[in-house]
Design a binder for this molecule. Sequence first.
Ligand code: MG
Length: 260
Amino acid sequence: MRRVVLVLLTLGVVLTIGIPAGGYQDTPLKPNGYHVHDEFEPRPPEVTPGEKDHLPPSDAIVLFDGTSLDGWEHTNRKPDAPKWRIVDGALEVVDKAGTLQTKQKFGSMQLHIEWRTPSVVKGNGQGRANSGVFLMSTYEIQVLDSYNNDTYPDGQAASVYGQKKPDVNASRGPGQWQTYDIIFHRPIFKGPGQNEVLKPGTVTVIHNGVLVQDHWEIKGVTDHRRLASYRYHPDEMPIQLQDHGNPVQFRNIWVRPLKD
Ligand code: MG
């Protein structure tokens, strides 16, 4: 037994010593043009994670850090200062102030956003703490109090509005902060001004750490009471937050643009 252990140990040492320090050049080529374990394959860029997972990493564009709305404007009253309120570091929807959008435009992206619905519950169904995150001003990931609040599933929290219910309901209760981590790849249109897509957009949504939309193919503009279809838009568009008349709050919003 001891001899077997010794042989294995020796073998391990020999194998370890036999591996070139940086990798291999005598292994098969992968589709990306580098060898398996190729020492010359470019290293991925380093990114310092936030101290906690939900905090922005070093390469994120911070859209709202609790202090300023400089990066935001209303769609209906540019260039006036936004009318939504900052309350204790949270951005709160103000009824009838209108949609809020980023001044900066984005296409494919990783988006982190936190939101909470009022602790005092008012209304039912779609009327209870409705808002929404509109990717490219066009594709709504629903924000709603979906904790003990029944509504049509393709309109509950974390749905792709009118198209796809979340795989599970991972909602927290009223007044509690919730997170969306969204991975979105924009649709690729056939050509300028053409509504036909070469490649539909896709969306992955992680709600409170739970995967609820898994690389789902978006069917087009998220619409009310209609089947979705695509309408041409530019490659980059603002991210919008919906004013649906309810004082929903948002915080810690950051984005990392992605390759298409
Ligand atoms: Mg909504």
